[in-house]
Ligand binder design. Sequence first.
Ligand code: 2HG
Ligand code: ZN
Length: 461
Amino acid sequence: MTTLEALSQLFSDKHLLTDADSLLHYGRDWSRVHQPDPLAIVFPESTEQVQALVKLANEHQFALVPSGGRTGLSGGAIASNQEVVVSFDRMNKVLEFNAIDRSVRCQPGVITAQLQQLAEDNDLFYPVDFASSGSSQIGGNIATNAGGIKVIGYGLTRNWVSGLTVVTGEGKILELNHGLFKNATGYDLRHLFIGSEGTLGFITEATMQLTKTPQNLTVMVLGVPDVSSLMKVFETFRNAINPTAFESFIQRTVDIVHQEKGLPKPFETDAPFYILLEFENDSEARENKVLETFEYCAEQGWVLDGVMSQSEQQARDLWRLREDISESINAFTPYKNDLSVRMSEIPAFLEQLEALVSARYPDFEVVWYGHIGDGNLHLNILKPADMPAEEFFKACATVNHEVFGLVKAMRGSISAEHGVGLIKRDYLNYSREEDEVAYMRAMKAVFDPNNVMNPGKMLTA
Ligand code: 2HG
Ligand code: ZN
């Protein structure tokens, strides 16, 4: 029996697609490095149907690739090898809201923005947020332990998952942690599945926690002259007000966003670096504290200029200076890096990175932006307009070993929040020791002995 014949036992024609448009659409994520080439796309509607599919995959030896909103940047959801793509688009229901537990039990295909809206409708807040919240799905967020723009204030997706139902690669259904706050009964397999990129099993249900709504989130954009000032501003503001976000970007990104999206620049005079910080402006005392802190930083020469939002609309507009960068630089077909080091290493890291990048990429323009308060930089190399993409990506990759060598020397991460997928897989050893990778492989073999779950992602097949 062929794989397609086997699949048609489980899925009606409507929920088993093989047309070229669907194969392209569902076979890739936002990275554009690998050519998608799936065999088929299926749309299960329940945990039991996912279980039956996984059992079928084991029996007939075909590979499965999970597919959420496909907004990933590391090729974790790419099917380039005749795999069967499992889309969670039909498993998109909110199953239960519990006001006492402040939790939402939902299927994996629920869109991030939908969860945020549901929280808001109930006077609560789901704090994990990023530019792709309009299309990313909760299952994908969990599978990649998505971070985003409020990690400094609220933590990663991991912090908000209190329960998970998964179908393992063996086809077993596990219900993990049951929405509990406290549960000290041994290994927490929930956390093993979070960030496992679909290599151990597929998430079919999740219980997500919500929190109280922050009061009057206010945004400040500051221009700073150099990295050491940036660090001082970080320390000073963190100690004064506990920001909910602390982001940074360089002047060139402001120019690009201005050019691509028509956004006004924050101030008249350009600054080499910018900080965007957000805080809960919940009292006059707090606002005074912020203004005092700003003045102190300006007196020290750490801040050149600054603007503070006076309305929700203005806060949203200022956020766009940071959030629109990734989409705006797509016009330059960027080569992406998502690096992190400990915050205290940032100045040394940036200095060495700068030296390396200007020596090795003398003809390429390099920009960075990111979640500087988390020690996380998105280093993007921009393609010269007249260079073919393939040649450009190849040229960039030759320098990876040096960039990642630098990261390794500082015991940092070669993928801070975008996951490993296909694109970072061969560099895993820069962030993980050999013994650790061996244990990872051993764990994969326990949950997925026939290697049917997203094979070749994160770990070589
Ligand atoms: C962001 O923080 C996203 O804007 C995308 O993680 C990063 O485009 C990138 O490199
Ligand atoms: Zn990011």
